[in-house]
Design a protein around this ligand. Structure first.
Ligand SMILES: Cc1cc2nc3c(=O)[nH]c(=O)nc-3n(C[C@H](O)[C@H](O)[C@H](O)COP(=O)(O)OP(=O)(O)OC[C@H]3O[C@@H](n4cnc5c(N)ncnc54)[C@H](O)[C@@H]3O)c2cc1C
Ligand SMILES: *[C@@H]1O[C@H](CO)[C@@H](O)[C@H](O)[C@H]1NC(C)=O
Ligand SMILES: *[C@@H]1O[C@H](CO)[C@@H](O)[C@H](O)[C@H]1NC(C)=O
Ligand SMILES: *[C@@H]1O[C@H](CO)[C@@H](O)[C@H](O)[C@H]1NC(C)=O
Ligand SMILES: *[C@@H]1O[C@H](CO)[C@@H](O)[C@H](O)[C@H]1NC(C)=O
Length: 510
């Protein structure tokens, strides 16, 4: 019988997978006849609008391109585009049954190198599960698991709504949310994951469940902080809010000698309990040779969701530091916001198929001595022509909304709930040479260690899961308090004992 041939072939895959994979076996696993068998076996199980795509198909090459390929290159040898939740379920059941590795892909902007550990297997491309519906109450929206930020923003904006979306238009909603979701609205409403009401999740064994505070509440807890290690979200229900106002924005460009003055001003604002929850502070170090051929510039964008009169007292503090240029924008609506803050789909930040690497560090405040040391390394790195386009993100989006959430409600680490300052040297370079990658990692690590050297006594080293390089240890990303991390590991063992969701900064089994 045909199916027994298929199963026998996949079982031989399974044998390959459970032993150490050598290059020879990987090669075998990629053989075209096996892929054809996969199509034959899986395709009839899927809905009419689902697709299965193989290396011989026209769409194949385009679907290998990621935000940060070639640096990030999970090794796929078949792609499934589910069109329904049941399609995701059947694909996971099929893959799990025969021990075939798989990985969900939505925005393609995941940039941790643990994604490269996928040895071969199925790309579950979530992009057909792309939908946004504001629920009848007007307080939540139901969003497909493969929806991108800009797609959700567009639908919400048309209804006068906004959600705790992340800054770049090009990432998915689910991807950032599952480990946090830093947002221009976090000071008011918490991280994206704090706004998750419920999610439909396909577990490792192919079961579809609802996770919410009243259904599978332990899974709901784990999903909000370590979600990529637990399942595939096919749809999610997120809080939405009425748009209160347009934005007032001002961008200040300083010479690099103003770093200490700017960071002191940011620390003062962050330490002020009265800091407005409407204010977002977004800094970037980057080279602009016509302005300064020797050193990177420092660019600070202050965004305020509210009228100019309320924003000006904040802006005046940054003006007083002595920028060389100031660029104001008033009455910016939620559709224009991404363009003005240089986070739109056509921005450099959203470029695809270019090596980039984050090397994130979260901090309880800026230590200007340590920041200067880190900035000097950044200056040296960007003097190296290969890395000249890199940017040093210096983020303080505001924490009141994040800290207002009881930390026991989600698996998110305590550091991620508390630390207001995020530094993320974002390193860009061209080409596939291993030396480029190694040098980028070395620079990233030096910058990171310089910042960590400025931590106050007793403060823990922390990296936001979604800004990890992929070399961090578990505690640096997921936290240090024993009860929390033990619960995470125990749940991981219960929900995913074979570690099928093991390619994104994975939570180890207990
Ligand atoms: C240009 C850029 C801008 C960024 N901006 C922000 C920001 O403003 N705020 C912020 O918090 N983070 C930001 N990040 C980090 C971002 O959160 C992560 O890179 C995130 O992994 C991107 O998700 P994705 O869906 O785009 O990528 P993908 O590579 O498609 O997915 C990333 C991971 O999530 C998993 N995944 C994707 N979809 C699902 C799903 N439906 N269910 C379960 N797992 C899923 C994938 O399997 C993979 O492991 C940014 C990153 C980049 C490169
Ligand atoms: C398949 O896609 C088409 C076009 O998008 C749509 O009109 C149709 O309703 C879909 N079919 C099913 C069964 O979802
Ligand atoms: C990288 O390649 C692009 C073209 O793809 C080019 O414009 C750019 O100058 C290159 N950058 C470096 C640092 O070589
Ligand atoms: C700031 O960082 C430096 C290291 O760069 C360290 O020596 C100093 O103790 C730190 N200051 C504080 C107040 O923690
Ligand atoms: C699938 O896994 C879940 C979570 O561990 C478990 O509750 C459920 O019984 C499993 N289902 C099957 C069919 O094994």
């Amino acid at each position: 019988m045909r199916s027994s041939v298929i199963i026998a072939t996949w079982l031989s895959f399974r044998g390959v997978q459970t032993h150490a994979l050598g290059p020879f076996e990987k090669n075998i696993a990629a053989r075209a006849d096996h892929l054809n068998i996969a199509t034959t076996a899986l395709k009839p199980l899927l809905s009419q609008n689902a697709s299965v795509i193989l290396p011989t198909d026209n769409d194949w090459d385009a679907l290998q391109i990621r935000g940060t390929s070639p640096r990030i290159h999970p090794k796929f040898n078949a792609i499934v585009e589910p069109a329904t939740e049941a399609d995701v379920q059947k694909t996971v059941q099929f893959a799990s049954k025969f021990g075939i590795p798989f990985l969900a892909v939505s925005g393609t902007h995941g940039w941790t190198k643990t994604l490269n550990n996928l040895p071969y297997g199925i790309q579950i491309n979530m992009r057909k599960l792309n939908s946004v519906t504001v629920d009848p109450s007007g307080n939540t929206a139901t969003i497909g698991g493969g929806t991108l930020q800009w797609e959700a923003n567009k639908v919400l904006y048309a209804k006068g709504k906004q959600a705790v979306l992340t800054l770049c238009e090009c990432t998915s909603i689910a991807g950032p949310m599952l480990a946090g979701g830093h947002s221009m609205l976090q000071a008011r409403h918490g991280y994206t994951l704090d706004n998750l009401v419920s999610a439909r999740v396909i577990l490792a064994n192919g079961t579809a469940v609802t996770a919410s505070s009243s259904s599978n509440s332990d899974l709901f807890w784990a999903l909000r902080g370590a979600g990529q290690s637990f399942g595939i979200v096919t749809s999610l229900q997120l809080n939405v809010y009425d748009i209160p106002s347009t934005w007032t924005i001002s961008t200040f460009i300083y010479r690099s000698d103003k770093l200490e003055a700017v960071l002191d001003a940011v620390n003062k604002l962050d330490g002020d309990a009265m800091r407005s929850q409407n204010l977002v502070i977004n800094g970037v170090g980057t080279r602009i040779p016509p302005m300064d051929p020797q050193n990177p510039m420092i660019i600070y964008t202050l965004s305020y969701q509210g009228p100019e009169a309320e924003a000006l007292p904040y802006f005046s503090k940054f003006k007083a530091i002595g920028p060389i240029t100031v660029k104001p924008s008033t009455n910016v609506n939620n559709m224009e916001l991404y363009k003005i803050t240089q986070n739109s789909v056509d921005s450099a930040a959203c470029a695809r198929n270019k090596n980039s690497m984050g090397s994130g560090v979260s901090l309880p405040s800026w230590n200007t001595t340590a920041a200067r040391a880190a900035f000097n390394i950044f200056a040296k790195m960007t003097a190296d022509r290969r890395f000249s386009r890199s940017v040093f993100l210096l983020e303080n989006y505001g924490m009141q909304g994040v800290r207002a959430v009881d930390p026991s409600l989600t698996s998110l680490s305590l550091e991620e709930r508390q630390y207001p300052a995020v530094a993320n040297p974002t390193i860009w370079w061209n080409g596939t040479a291993a030396v480029g990658q190694a040098d980028a990692e070395a620079y990233g690590e030096q910058i990171r260690q310089a910042l960590f050297a400025g931590l106050p006594k007793g403060a823990k080293k922390h990296t936001y899961v979604n800004y990890a390089v992929g070399t961090e240890n578990f505690n640096q990303m997921y936290g240090y308090d024993t009860a929390r991390v033990q619960r995470l590991k125990t749940l991981k063992k219960a929900y995913d004992p074979e570690n099928r969701f093991g390619f994104y900064n994975p939570v180890p089994l207990a």
